[in-house]
Each structure stands twice: as structure tokens, then as C-alpha cells.
Design a protein around this ligand. Structure first.
Ligand code: GCU
Ligand code: CA
Ligand code: CA
Length: 273
């Protein structure tokens, strides 16, 4: 290593030589001007995992770091033990599809952010998912995925499951909201358990992400507010997370809704915004 004065300023040269190769000089084009960035980007947030058959889909919030270069995604089957990196090149979007999974095994994932100086953040806390051929979720009031009713959650009419049932205000448009994610586009079966103690059906429209999906789902009279039955409907969903809203079309409002069950591989309830 040589440090010397040269016309117009100082100069540092690093040279080396070894058996079989000539003397080498590091060119200034590969050196940084100023100080080296050693600050890691922020730890990614909002990681979630949704499992389908033979697939786990991961998504997380975008990092805001100005010098962000991308992300690395890690996986293990033993929570807390060594995580193995899945991606070979840096991921440049905040999502990942893992097709290298076996149904019936629970996988744990963590994600880290990398900046343009190769600094890597700590890994985000893990999200887990078990791919399988079939799955379903039941969305009950007061649990994740139930996003509220234009009315009240009641428990005065027996025979419900969970904490009670959603009693919408008796008015057109007074609905119930839920939120789920699915790992793949396809047809999912929605089943509502409900009671309608009148003799008049209480039809409702299904809105997915605010857009009409199915019109006039009939919720026929069940004879008593304590007599519960189910109605099923096939619904096509794109991959990703979706808001779901059941909205009555008549001034009688909705039937009382005990739960919404959604069947299809990889459906997971999502926290409401
Ligand atoms: C009754 C019943 C409620 C129901 C309401 C209605 O008051 O107890 O649970 O929601 O009728 O007509 O919608
Ligand atoms: Ca009501
Ligand atoms: Ca219920």
C-alpha cells in the first residue's frame, strides 16, 4: 500500500501480486467517495402468509428507505431455528410465492430488507402457513376477519355459535363486513348460517372489494329467530386480500347472521383496517 503526493493532491494506491499473476491495482472507479453507508434499512412490517395447495403466498408492507434495493425471504420448518434463504436474486417487490412446499407441513417465514450498500436489516417477526389440499375458515363476530355490522352483535336468540350473531338494522343497505385473503384466484364457497324469524325472505347482495359480486342471495324465512340454517354461494375471487360485504336490498334488512364460512385452499382471515 502506497501513500504519496501527486500533482494536484494526495494519492493512495493498493497493489498486490502473487504467484502466477501480475501486480494488481484497485481502480478508483470501484471506490466510494465520502463515507460508507453502514446503516441497515428498517425491518419490514406486516408480513403475512396464506397457504393454498402446494403454495404459500407471502406479502408485506413496502419499506420506505430511500436506498432500498430489495428483500430477502427466509424459511424454516422449526420455528426459531435456522432460517434458510429462498430467493437467489434480490426480491424487488414486497411479495413472494413459495412453490417449493409440501402439503401438510407448517412453514415459518421471515423477511429482511437490503439497501444499495448491501446492508441487511434484522428479519421481521415470522409468519406461518401450512399448505393443504382443502381448508376453510369460519368468521365469527369478535374475531379476526369480522369487520363489523351496521347494527349490533346480539345473543338474545338461542342456537347461535361463537359469541352471538350479527343483527343488522332493519333497513336496506345495513350490512355486515368481513375480510379474508386467498393465495390463488379461483372459486370459493361462501356459506352463511342465519335465522330469519319472519315469513318473508330477506335478500342481500354480496360485494367484494366494494363491487357487486352476487345479487339477490335469498335468506328465506326459517320460522323462528332461534331456528338457524345455512345458505351457500360460489364466489370467484382473485388472489390477495378482499373486503366482503353482505348488504340487504329491502327495508327489512338482513337475516340474523351467525357466521360466514369460506371454503377453499388457503383462505385466511385478515385484520380489518
Ligand atoms: C327480532 C329479533 C332480532 C331480529 C329482528 C329483525 O327483534 O329478536 O334478532 O334482528 O327481529 O326483524 O331483524
Ligand atoms: Ca335485524
Ligand atoms: Ca356467531
Amino acid at each position: 500500500m502506497t501513500f504519496f503526493e501527486k500533482t494536484g493532491g494526495q494519492r493512495l494506491e493498493v497493489r498486490w501480486a502473487g504467484p502466477g499473476f501480475d501486480r494488481q491495482l484497485i481502480p478508483n472507479t470501484v471506490l466510494y467517495r465520502g463515507s460508507l453507508d453502514t446503516t441497515a434499512p428498517a425491518v419490514p412490517t406486516g408480513l403475512w402468509a396464506a397457504a393454498g395447495s402446494g403454495v404459500v403466498t407471502l406479502d408485506w408492507a413496502d419499506n420506505n428507505d430511500a436506498d432500498l434495493a430489495g428483500y430477502h425471504i427466509y424459511r424454516t420448518t422449526i420455528s426459531g431455528s435456522t432460517y434458510t434463504r429462498l430467493n437467489t436474486s434480490l426480491l424487488t417487490t414486497s411479495n413472494y410465492t413459495d412453490n417449493t412446499v409440501t402439503n401438510g407441513i407448517l412453514y415459518h417465514y421471515r423477511v429482511a430488507a437490503v439497501d444499495s450498500s448491501q446492508n441487511e436489516s434484522d428479519k421481521a417477526s415470522e409468519a406461518s402457513a401450512a399448505p393443504s389440499t382443502t381448508a376453510s375458515v369460519i368468521l365469527q363476530e369478535n374475531t379476526v376477519g369480522f369487520c363489523g355490522v351496521d347494527g349490533t352483535v346480539d345473543s338474545n336468540n338461542a342456537g347461535f355459535t361463537g359469541d352471538g350473531f350479527a343483527n343488522g338494522n332493519n333497513a336496506a343497505g345495513s350490512g355486515v363486513n368481513w375480510k379474508v385473503s386467498v393465495p390463488a384466484a379461483g372459486t370459493y364457497t361462501f356459506t352463511w348460517r342465519f335465522a330469519n324469524g319472519t315469513t318473508t325472505a330477506r335478500p342481500a347482495n354480496l360485494l367484494i372489494d366494494g363491487t357487486a359480486s352476487v345479487s339477490g342471495i335469498s335468506f328465506a324465512g326459517t320460522g323462528a329467530w332461534t331456528t338457524w340454517t345455512t345458505i351457500s354461494q360460489a364466489v370467484s375471487l382473485a388472489a390477495g386480500s378482499h373486503t366482503i360485504r353482505l348488504e340487504p336490498t329491502t327495508s327489512n334488512g338482513l337475516a340474523n347472521i351467525d357466521y360466514l364460512m369460506i371454503a377453499g385452499a388457503g383462505v385466511v382471515p385478515i385484520a380489518c383496517n
